[in-house]
Design a protein. Structure first.
Length: 278
C-alpha cells in the first residue's frame, strides 16, 4: 500500500527583488509504502530538514503536491461499521488499481500553510527530533499523554494510549520515572512513544540518533525496524548523516542539489559493484 507521494515539490527562501533568493528544493519526487523505513542522506544545507518540515505540515512549499493516506480515518470506519466487507470496500476505493493513493480519505497538501493542515499533524505525521524535547519535571507517561491531550484527546484515553506506547518502546517499567531520571537512549524512546501514541502512520525522524552514543543509536534503529513491522506498521522517513545507520534502512535516498539524486547511495555516488568489491 502506498502511504506517501511527494510530487515535484519546490521551495525557496529569500527575495528575488533583492537578489537573495535561494531555491532549496527544486522538484522533489518520492514515494513511500506503509511499513517502510527510508533513510534520507545528503550534505548539510541540501534541504533535508526543509523537506521534512513540508511533509510534516510545518512549512508550506512553493509548488508541488503531497498525498498522504489518512489511515486513521479507515480505522475509524472499522470501529463504526463493524463490517469487514464494508471496510475492504472502502479501502479499495481509497487505493487505485495500480496501488497508488486514491482521491478519498487522504491528505492533499504541499503548498498549504500550517494552519490549513492541522489534521496532518494530528492524525497523519509524528515527529522525532535529535533533541528529545521532553518536559524535565514530568514523568515519561505524562510527557506522552500531554501531547495527546493537547490534540484533543480525553485524559483517561490519553493515559491509556501513552502507557501502551511506552510499553511498545520497552519502557513499560519506567512510565512513572521523571525525564531527568532517564538516560539519553531512554529519553529518545519516550520521544518515540510520544510520536507513535497517536497512531499516526508516518514518522519523520530528523537526526534521531545524533545525541546518542553508538549503542543507544543502534537500539533506536532496532526499535524503528520493529515499528515498521507487524499488524499496524508505521512508515519512517529518517534524516541521518551516518551511512552505517542508513544501511540498516529498507531503502536509502540521497538528496543533492535540491532533488532526490538516487534511490540508493551507490548509484548517487557512481560506485559500481566491481568498485565496491575492490
Amino acid at each position: 500500500m502506498q502511504l506517501l507521494e511527494v510530487k515535484d515539490l519546490k521551495k525557496g527562501f529569500g527575495s528575488e527583488t533583492f537578489n537573495t533568493r535561494v531555491e532549496v528544493l527544486k522538484g522533489i519526487n518520492l514515494e513511500m509504502k506503509r511499513g517502510e523505513l527510508v533513510a534520507l542522506m545528503g550534505p548539510s544545507g541540501c534541504g533535508k530538514s526543509t523537506l521534512l518540515n513540508i511533509i510534516g505540515g510545518l512549512l508550506p512549499g512553493d509548488e508541488g503536491k503531497i498525498e498522504l493516506a489518512d489511515v486513521n480515518s479507515k480505522e475509524a470506519i472499522t470501529k463504526a461499521s463493524g463490517s469487514k466487507d464494508r471496510i475492504e470496500e472502502k479501502l479499495n476505493r481509497d487505493i487505485d488499481g495500480d496501488g497508488k493513493i486514491g482521491s478519498s480519505n487522504n491528505f492533499s497538501y504541499g503548498t498549504k500553510p500550517p494552519n490549513k493542515v492541522v489534521n496532518v499533524r494530528r492524525r497523519g505525521v509524528g515527529w522525532i527530533f535529535q533533541d528529545f524535547h521532553l518536559v524535565e519535571h514530568l514523568t515519561a507517561i505524562d510527557n506522552v499523554a500531554m501531547a495527546l491531550e493537547i490534540s484533543g484527546m480525553e485524559q483517561n484515553e490519553a493515559e491509556t494510549k501513552a502507557k501502551s506506547a511506552l510499553t511498545t518502546v520497552g519502557l513499560g517499567d519506567r512510565i512513572d520515572f521523571g525525564a531527568e531520571q532517564l538516560s539519553g537512549g531512554q529519553r529518545q524512546r519516550v520521544a518515540v512513544a510520544r510520536a507513535i501514541a497517536g497512531s499516526r502512520p508516518l514518522l519523520l525522524a530528523d537526526e534521531p540518533t545524533g545525541n546518542l552514543d553508538a549503542e543507544s543509536g543502534s537500539d533506536i534503529m532496532k526499535l524503528f525496524k520493529i515499528l515498521t513491522r507487524g499488524e499496524n506498521p508505521i512508515s519512517i522517513l529518517m534524516v541521518t548523516h551516518d551511512p552505517n545507520l542508513a544501511k540498516q534502512a529498507d531503502r536509502m535516498l540521497l538528496m543533492k542539489d535540491g532533488i532526490v539524486a538516487a534511490s540508493d547511495i551507490k548509484s548517487a555516488w557512481g560506485i559500481t559493484d566491481e568498485e565496491e568489491q575492490e
